[in-house]
Design a protein around this ligand. Structure first.
Ligand code: BES
Ligand code: MN
Ligand code: ZN
Length: 494
């Protein structure tokens, strides 16, 4: 999808559809009065009769029959004026894009970003909303694909003077970031028979060539030499070889700080010998959404030429109950030397992550962040409205919360008090790999904390946010690509 910027009087602009934002209960504002007049008072009558009243994310498509140059106008509700915020612009743009896609529109013009006086943040949010809502995964659909994708969004600026911010730069950046989100969504959407660890590794090499990243892929032998036995244990039940993917972006000087990002790449999670119930198991193809978030983030930071040193680590494996599979009761010596008693082979993500977090120490990172579809308990706690956040550093946690609010990919902190460690005590090893159902997201976080030493670290549990079940204004049903916008927002301010 392309953005075009145009300076023109919106009411004189010829287009198929013009998108206009309206506040709730009070018609008025920038173009609306003029437009209402041109349309013979039809807008006012909508408000009067409650047909369209500017309620958040409600839309109304109207034909103009030549009264203005725009063939049709799509009104989209922004909700109450005093409750407006960045995410509401993102949502309204998403709702508009969704409404227009459903009637086959591919090109639109918009002044939505000018409601409430506009501004750089609002422009970015609006552009994001359009771009993020216009996504579908149709690679395997032979027939008609429901909902077209938008080709072109023209953002209009009235002739009253250019805005004081750099519109073109903002749109280029927003396109790059939303492109990275699409890339992450594509990965998460791919089925488990296609997206195996080798496929992820291939994609890693591909984006490295396209965007100028360093990429290195470790094979099983090298992982064994590095004693990554926890990661290797998970891979044992599958014929698909595990991969450890390293992506590096050296955007700053060699003596500058390094941020290491780790993403869980379980390409399918059957639970292993501790097999999951059959209903809904197909959803477990998204268990590499953390890996996708990291790959998308690396694409974005490279495309933006972010002046920071950032390393992405992706431990990738498939969790199956094959003849060689690891079993409950097994004791594994992780790369860090700490031993782990396996009590549940379905708690596999933390095993991949613990070796990757330990490996990360090689970079002497200033900050370490991992992101993973780690626990069903996180879905129970927060649903799909926020990702779980835990960590050992107040600064990193505060920055991630801020990035969550700005990006709309919200996070919510759970405590990581030492007390939770008792849930993971083992009689025979340094720790178990799973506690009971109580505080299961936190005990997983506590487990990871044992492998980061003193490095400032945060853990993001995206089990509930990686996949959208119903579809929301700018999150079409399916893979959300969560984490990319959050981490990019975090990194650009870190
Ligand atoms: N990938 C799952 C977590 C998950 C569950 C993600 C549901 C999305 C939706 C993870 O590997 C897992 O199975 N976790 C277990 C941990 C438990 C055994 C301590 C869980 O949440 O049940
Ligand atoms: Mn599992
Ligand atoms: Zn899993």
């Amino acid at each position: 999808m392309n953005f075009v910027r145009l300076v023109v009087n919106p009411l004189k602009h010829v287009c198929q559809v013009l998108v206009l934002g309206c506040f709730e209960n009070a018609l008025g504002g920038r173009f609306l009065d003029e437009l209402d007049q041109a349309l013979g008072g039809v807008l006012g009558s909508f408000y009067e009769h409650g047909e369209f009243t500017g309620e958040l994310n409600k839309t109304k498509l109207i034909n103009t029959f030549g009264t203005v140059p725009a063939e049709r106008i799509l009104l989209v509700g922004l909700g109450m004026n005093e409750e407006i915020n960045r995410d509401r612009f993102r949502q309204a743009a998403g709702a508009a894009a969704t409404a227009l896609r459903s009637v086959g529109v591919r090109k639109l013009a918009s002044v939505l970003h000018l409601a409430q006086g506009g501004g750089a943040e609002i422009l970015t949010a609006t552009a994001e909303g359009f771009a993020l809502a216009s996504y579908s995964f149709s690679e395997y659909k032979s027939g008609k694909v429901p909902g077209t994708d938008l080709d072109e969004v023209t953002l209009l600026f009235s002739e009253e003077g250019e805005p004081d911010y750099r519109v073109d730069d903002l749109l280029v950046e927003t396109s790059a970031i939303c492109g990275a989100v699409r890339f992450a969504r594509d990965l998460v959407s791919q089925p488990g028979n296609v997206l195996v660890p080798s496929y992820l590794a291939e994609k890693g090499r591909e984006i490295a060539v396209i965007h100028g990243l360093n990429c290195k892929v470790m094979e099983r032998e090298e992982m064994a030499q590095n004693n990554m036995n926890a990661l290797l244990a998970v891979a044992k039940g599958s014929h698909e070889p595990p991969k450890f993917i390293v992506l590096e972006h050296w955007g700053a000087g060699a003596d500058e700080a390094v941020t290491v990002l780790v993403g869980k790449g379980v390409t399918f999670d059957s639970g292993g010998i501790s097999l999951k119930p059959r209903d809904g198991m197909e959803k477990m193809k998204d268990d590499m959404a953390g890996a996708a978030a990291i790959m998308g983030t690396m694409v974005a930071v490279a495309a933006m030429r972010l002046p920071r040193n950032i390393v992405g680590l992706i431990p990738a494996a498939e969790n199956l109950p094959g003849g060689g599979a690891y079993k409950p009761g097994d004791i594994i010596r992780s790369m860090s030397g700490q031993t782990i008693e396996i009590v549940n082979t379905d708690a596999e993500g933390r095993l991949l992550l613990c070796d990757a977090l330990h490996f990360a120490q090689r970079y002497n990172p200033a900050v370490l962040i991992d992101i993973a579809t780690l626990t069903g308990a996180c879905v129970v706690a927060l649903g799909s409205f926020a990702s779980g956040l835990m960590g050992n550093d107040e600064g990193v946690i505060a920055s991630l919360k801020r990035a969550g609010d700005v990006s709309g990919e919200r996070v919510w902190e759970l405590p990581l008090w030492d007390d939770y460690g008792e849930l993971m005590e083992s009689d025979v090893a340094d720790m178990k790999n799973a506690g009971g159902p109580a505080a299961a997201s936190i005990s997983a976080g506590w487990f990871l904390k044992r492998f980061v030493g003193k490095t400032p670290w945060a853990h993001l549990d995206i089990a509930g946010t990686a996949w959208e079940e119903k579809g929301r204004p700018y999150l079409p049903k399916g893979a959300t690509g969560v984490g990319v916008r959050l981490l990019v927002e975090y990194l650009r301010n870190a």
